[in-house]
Write a protein that binds this ligand. Structure first.
Ligand SMILES: C[S@@+](CC[C@H](N)C(=O)[O-])C[C@H]1O[C@@H](n2cnc3c(N)ncnc32)[C@H](O)[C@@H]1O
Length: 279
């Protein structure tokens, strides 16, 4: 029987804690209401029960939202982002922190002659069931294993020569680093991009800082998009390009004229589509 792709929920510890907290609050509502009713009257007791119930419900809603984002929202968002990126299929693509490969499979499906690499340290606390074998299994199930390399490595010290990639992706990965190391990872990602290469980063925290670091590091056309609500917490997309030396910036968002692209990147295609990558 054909293998199926199997992905894991992000931040499983947080999901479990929020579910448990919701359960504790819901369980506490009745005894707290009964106790307060006898001490301060029925109205106070009922109000306390309603407040606790609302908190419990909000934890459960947020948990469901996280699960939906992990399994469905993310895939849909990246399909749209990579459609808008207008890949020609020959790119060399890097994803830092691919985990079990929700995003890497979406990218690899768009490649023909190109290749993708996923580099990760496989932290189980960041994604349930994380590991290189889980990624290989999903790539195999998606039928793209032949065009993807799976590498164990740290995004702060990428084991690739400078200028190795045309497109770098980071989905809910950079925020996992200590704040002081996030800039290190971003400059490292820029280092391994070829001139004209592009970065698409999606995250829920410190995206303003990421955009600032990219600008300070010399990236071109750095754009931080609007808040997107398919995930909890809501996320933003940051896009940037490594400018082709001495020429105008790469077109990333369909608003400016595309400059010469790096080998393997079809900048003309991206420009022709005229679609905004970050809205
Ligand atoms: C929340 S998961 C997201 C996985 C995947 N990008 C996705 O969206 O499905 C974050 C990933 O970042 C990885 N990660 C954390 N620190 C890393 C580091 N220093 N270098 C490379 N990967 C790292 C984790 O192991 C995990 O796979």
């Amino acid at each position: 029987m054909a293998q199926r792709e199997r992905y894991g929920v992000d931040a499983p510890g947080v999901v479990a804690a929020m579910l448990a907290l919701g359960a504790v609050l819901a369980a506490a509502a009745w005894p707290v209401a009964a106790g307060l009713s006898s001490l301060a009257g029925t109205t106070v007791g009922v109000l306390a029960a309603v407040v606790l119930g609302c908190y419990a419900l909000s934890f459960w809603v947020a948990t469901g939202w996280m699960v939906i984002g992990s399994f469905w929202g993310k895939r849909r968002a990246w399909n749209r982002l990579l459609d808008a990126a207008g890949l020609c299929g020959g790119e060399r693509v890097l994803e830092v922190g691919p985990g079990r490969g929700q995003v890497l499979t979406v990218a690899a499906r768009r490649l023909t002659t190109g290749r993708a690499v996923g580099v990760d340290v496989w932290r189980a606390k960041d994604q349930a069931g994380n590991g290189p074998q889980a990624l290989v299994d999903n790539l195999t199930a998606a039928g793209v294993a032949g065009r993807v390399d799976v590498v164990t490595g740290d995004m702060r010290r990428l084991p690739f020569p400078s200028g190795s990639f045309d497109l770098a992706l980071a989905c809910l990965a950079v925020h996992n680093l200590p704040a002081a190391d996030q800039a290190v990872a971003l400059t490292e990602i820029l280092r391994v991009l070829a001139p004209g290469g592009r970065l698409i980063l999606l995250d829920f925290r410190r995206t303003d800082h990421f955009a600032a670091v990219l600008r300070e590091s010399g990236a071109r056309d750095v754009v931080r998009g609007r808040r997107r609500w398919f995930n909890y917490p809501p996320v933003r997309v940051v896009t940037a390009a490594k400018g082709p030396d001495g020429t105008s910036a790469e077109n990333l968002d369909g608003r400016s004229r595309p400059a010469a692209s790096s080998p393997g990147i079809d900048a003309r295609h991206a420009g022709d589509r005229g679609r905004s990558l970050v809205e």
